[in-house]
Design a protein around this ligand. Structure first.
Ligand code: ATP
Ligand code: MG
Length: 341
């Protein structure tokens, strides 16, 4: 590619996540991070809002407007909505000089458990949204590249990415995924666990967003030095009226216990399957946690206690995957590691 074309590049790295979609523009860095939500008029199918704007409508929409999530469990649940969303975000980040350059190359991160039919669907969606060349990269690989693990070296690296819909983990060595595991248990499941807990214990009904807020504000995976409390507003299931209660972080930890056990269990399974030479690398180098779930208080302490490995939380866990997809565009050696679709 000539220097001019490079300069005017519109090449994009995309993390099409269940909770958030992030876009990296080559030469610029991460230029967009918005919720993966589309608001649609149920009758006309017209797209009314995308991303942040659509999230504001969630749970507050009149009957004829649906705010929906095109990605579920890490895969595309609604193709039309996904295409509309991708197109919207691509248009939003496109440089004004776009008309002078070739259509962009796109690197898109997909869950490692995705089927070939689903791969084709993602590729088609990207092509329809304007891509020239599409490369799909497994999320744990993108995440590992994004957090700066030495994926090409002959030594074992362990990445754990806890997203909204899926938890993905992999042992990587010599540019390949040696072992991977993808669980459909992640942040959304934690939110559900919190709302179920409040329903059972307090007869309190809270919405999806409130449950997520509770998790973000006082959620934890392991005892805190100073435990926290939060006022929670919801609706009393018996009386049907608005109600406020004070919730403690210990209670939320209890609510999250099962979800966290599932994640820890999967990490231990994969460690048991890891070939001994790579295991010894892991004992020394530990594992890195990325994805929004890495921000749960003391998740590193819990994983470290349960695996006896050193654990590090990525510096920008929400951006690990998109940063990795971006690095693949910036550095040919990474780009060449993966075949085009
Ligand atoms: N501070 C926080 N504490 C706990 N969880 C958090 C925090 N901030 C964000 N999250 C959670 O992280 C999740 C989103 O993470 P992320 O953006 O990595 O997911 P995603 O990539 O969209 O999903 P997936 O990878 O499953 O497709 C949400 O469930 C969100 O509630
Ligand atoms: Mg993700």
């Amino acid at each position: 590619m000539t220097r001019i074309a490079r300069f005017f590049s519109n090449d994009l790295g995309i993390d099409l996540g269940t909770a958030n979609t992030a876009v990296y523009l080559r030469g610029k860095g991460v230029v967009l991070m918005e919720p993966s939500i589309v608001a649609i008029n149920r009758d006309t199918k017209e797209v009314l809002a995308v991303g942040l704007e659509a999230k504001k409508m969630l749970g507050k929409t009149p009957a004829n407007i649906i705010a929906m999530k095109p990605m579920k469990d890490g895969v595309i649940a609604d193709f039309d909505a996904c295409e509309a969303m991708l197109r919207h975000f691509i248009n939003k980040v496109k440089s004004p000089r776009h008309k002078f350059v070739m259509p962009p190359r796109m690197v898109i991160a997909v869950p490692s458990g995705i089927t070939s039919v689903e791969r084709r669907a993602v590729r088609e969606t990207a092509l329809k949204a304007g891509a020239r060349i599409v490369k799909l990269v497994e999320e744990p690989m993108a995440s590992a590249i994004g957090v700066g693990l030495p994926v090409e070296e002959p030594c074992g690296s362990f990445i754990l990415d806890i997203g909204g819909g899926t938890t993905e983990m992999a042992v990587i060595s010599l540019g390949g995924l040696v072992l991977t595991k993808s669980l459909r248990v992640a942040g959304n499941e934690m939110d559900e666990a919190i709302s179920n807990y409040l329903k059972k214990k307090y007869n309190l009904l809270v919405g999806e967003r409130t449950a997520e807020d509770i998790k973000i504000n006082i959620g934890s995976a392991y005892p805190l030095e100073e435990e926290l409390t939060l006022e929670v507003h919801g609706r009393d299931l018996v009386e049907g009226l608005p109600k406020m209660i004070r919730v403690r972080s210990e209670e939320i930890r209890e609510a999250l216990k099962e979800t966290l056990l599932a994640i820890v269990g999967a990490v231990r399974d994969i460690l048991e399957e890891t070939p001994p030479e790579l295991s010894s690398d892991l004992v020394e180098r530990g594992l890195v946690i990325a994805g929004g779930g890495a921000l749960l208080r003391n998740i590193d302490k819990l994983i470290s206690q349960e695996t006896k490995l050193p654990v590090k939380v990525a510096e920008n866990p929400l951006l690990a995957v998109v940063t990795g997809a971006g690095k693949m565009l910036e550095e040919e050696r990474y780009f060449k590691m993966f075949p085009s679709e």
